[in-house]
Ligand binder design. Structure first.
Ligand SMILES: [Zn+2]
Length: 341
């Protein structure tokens, strides 16, 4: 994680005059008195602001020193709050740290700072080109969320308050992401839904190899318990193909499939041989999606980075009790999982 600590400067007084009237953009301004302003900052408690009067529209306005705006908090304090949050402090923890430095930052203000930080990240990422994206669903604070991670840098690209079970919403969300970022391929776990979605959207598709190996291994173990001895060699053959990933694996699975007797009658219970047949046809048909990474060096063979990002968010979500609107939560999670620069 690279964090560049570049805190905005805060001045006590601003020597430079404003260039233009903030209302009418008129350029001829008269100084019109001065005011003192209390601020919340790590070093400065009070700044001096000049008032100016525009000779064109005759309105007056305050011109604050660098790092100070209309609100109480300095820009430096806002940025520090966001950094504290991204380092894993809770809002209560932030309140404590700042009070140790004589600054009274309420939990609510800390939360607001993080929200603004999250929005800034969203704006910055809005149209960033991203070729390969890892996609996965998670459950945070009782809300279903979808997370998209840029496989180039491992950073979250977008989080949506969408339940992974709601296929039409996932489709719409991924369609928008594809348009905004020019996505070419996605990496997912082995849900059948993603097959339909990638076909509809014309996206390349890699199914995470860890997921494939896990469920194939489980199926093999299950089936081999009941399988007639004469077919047990097939289980070994499947394991071998999964290990070696030969280029003609799809064909090999199909040939194995054809050698098994298939006589499942309606209403009959599925036998171990039927299960093995189903496993083989599924592997044969999906093989392209399991091995897309062979043909494209930019596509990883697992969805690990996405799972890591989600793991980080889940840890973070434990500390965000109280503010449970999905949008607020997502901004906070985005701030906590993106590199700050
Ligand atoms: Zn004016």
């Amino acid at each position: 994680m690279t964090i560049v600590l570049q805190l905005p400067k805060v001045k006590r007084i601003e020597a430079e005059r404003p260039q233009k009237c903030k209302y009418c953009k008129g350029e001829l301004l008269q100084r019109w008195g001065q005011v003192r302003k209390q601020i919340k900052d790590t070093k400065i408690r009070q700044v001096k602001a000049y008032r100016y009067r525009c000779t064109r529209c005759r309105r007056t306005f305050r011109h604050y020193p660098a790092g100070v705006e209309r609100g109480m908090q300095s820009e430096r304090l806002k940025k520090l709050a966001v950094i504290c949050w991204s380092f894993g402090l809770s809002y209560r923890g932030m309140e404590g740290i700042f009070s140790a430095f004589g600054v009274n930052l309420s939990r609510m203000s800390g939360w607001r700072d993080v929200q603004v930080g999250g929005e800034a990240i969203r704006r910055r990422k809005a149209w960033q080109p991203t070729r390969v994206v890892g996609v996965d669903g998670a459950w945070l604070h009782g809300t279903g969320v979808m997370v998209a991670v840029d496989m180039g840098d491992g950073q979250p690209l977008a989080i949506g308050a969408i339940d992974e079970k709601d296929m039409s919403s996932v489709l719409r969300w991924l369609g928008e992401l594809k348009q905004q970022h020019g996505i070419g391929a996605i990496v997912t776990d082995d849900l059948a839904m993603y097959r339909g979605i990638t076909e509809r959207l014309g996206l390349g598709h890699q199914v995470c190899q860890f997921h494939v190996r896990r469920w194939v291994g489980r199926m093999c173990r299950e089936v081999s318990k009941k399988l007639p001895e004469e077919w047990l060699w097939m289980i070994e053959r499947i394991k071998q193909i999964m290990e070696e990933l030969p280029p003609d694996a799809s064909k090999q699975f199909l040939e194995l499939y054809k050698r098994l007797p298939g006589d499942l009658k309606l209403g009959q219970k599925r036998t171990a041989v039927d299960q093995l047949r189903r496993l083989l046809i599924r592997l044969s048909e999906s093989w392209d999606r399991y091995t897309t990474f062979f043909h494209d060096a930019g596509i990883p063979w697992t969805n690990n980075r996405t799972e890591q990002a989600i793991g980080k968010m889940k840890m973070r979500a434990k500390l965000t009790r109280g503010y449970k609107t999905p949008a607020g939560m997502l901004n906070g999670l985005l701030v906590s999982s993106v590199n700050l620069t």
